[in-house]
Design a protein around this ligand. Structure first.
Ligand SMILES: NC(=O)c1ccc[n+]([C@@H]2O[C@H](COP(=O)([O-])OP(=O)(O)OC[C@H]3O[C@@H](n4cnc5c(N)ncnc54)[C@H](OP(=O)(O)O)[C@@H]3O)[C@@H](O)[C@H]2O)c1
Length: 278
């Protein structure tokens, strides 16, 4: 039995869909499992799992040999929030964990992803570290309001991003779970090319058949716009730090591993156009 925790999420859902397509025995979880009835219809076992409710762990972990763990973005204190689940997984006989992480996590011990990677090592669980770059699907979240109005607005300057599609990440996670390693495997997973926001706007204009204008923004205006939407300061700080990282070239690394795992080229950023109105 393979377990996908957080199967309603950006990466969890395509992981579960791929596993089901490939004929694996799969259990999927969410805090409200009724959101997963379509996956149940496709053959998945359903369970409720809430990291804050340890009584939900045992039924979800029963018979599980491998699982996908995605840290919810709002959960930074992983020692309290996610370590208990990992302890329970080991006690329940889970052998392999695929963890959604970030590139070079081991160099940034302050990151929750680094602390999760280290915990898996401490527990002696076999692990695949899915060290994913910046998601193409972020364009459908953080940058979405402008996009719908025909503008890609960001304070990222000429900073390029190796945009990776979460559907590809889901396929890679499924491959990791179906062909587990016995110790540690770290995959840096990025898209096929590094493109600036101006270049993305041009690509999306062609793919959608309507003009998407790149609209550069200053950092203070970016912060003011987020605050005006009611975004809490803590999130504003995280989102703004990310824009700075991009501006400084920190998301530009292109790595060939994803295409090797998939056995085909990774999706280009404009592949998200099929989920946007033309
Ligand atoms: N965005 C990026 O560019 C990027 C790049 C690399 C790595 N990452 C990392 O990827 C992770 C986020 O992945 P994602 O975008 O796939 O996440 P997501 O779409 O926000 O999904 C998070 C999942 O966690 C579940 N969840 C939330 N709270 C829970 C709780 N208390 N108990 C159990 N499940 C809970 C949610 O399910 P329910 O709400 O349905 O229960 C949901 O399915 C973060 O760790 C982030 O740092 C992001």
């Amino acid at each position: 039995m393979l377990l996908v925790i957080g199967a309603t999420g950006n990466v969890g859902r395509p992981t579960a869909e791929t596993l089901l397509r490939r004929g694996a025995t799969v259990r999927v979880t969410a805090r409200a499992p009724e959101r997963l009835v379509d996956l149940a219809r496709a053959g998945a076992d359903l369970a409720r799992l809430d990291f804050t409710d340890p009584t939900s762990f045992a039924p979800a972990l029963d018979g599980v040999k491998g699982l996908l763990l995605v840290r919810p973005p709002e959960l930074s204190r992983v020692e309290e929030g996610l370590f208990p689940l990992l302890d329970a997984a080991r006690a329940a006989g889970v052998e392999h964990v695929a963890l959604l992480s970030v590139p070079a996590a081991e160099r940034y011990a302050f990151l929750p992803h680094a602390r999760l990677e280290a915990r898996l090592r401490e527990l002696g669980l076999a692990r695949t570290l899915l060290r994913a770059g910046f998601f193409s699907q972020n364009l459908l979240g953080l940058y979405r309001p402008g996009l719908d109005a025909g503008a890609l607005t960001a304070p990222t300057g000429d900073g390029a991003v190796a945009w990776v599609d979460t559907r590809d990440l889901g396929e890679a996670a499924a491959a990791a779970l179906m062909e587990p390693t016995g110790d540690e495997r770290a995959w840096t997973l990025t898209g096929p090319e590094a493109l600036s926001f101006a270049e993305v706007a041009a690509r999306l204009s062609v793919a959608l058949g309507r003009k998407i204008q790149h609209s550069p923004q200053s950092l203070p205006r970016w912060v003011a716009a987020l605050r005006a939407q009611g975004t809490p300061w803590e999130q504003v700080a995280i989102f703004t730090a990310l824009q700075l990282v991009i501006r400084l070239g920190g998301e530009a690394l292109v790595d060939p591993t994803l295409a090797q795992v998939l056995g085909r080229p990774a999706r280009r950023v404009e592949a998200i156009a099929d989920t946007l109105p033309s």
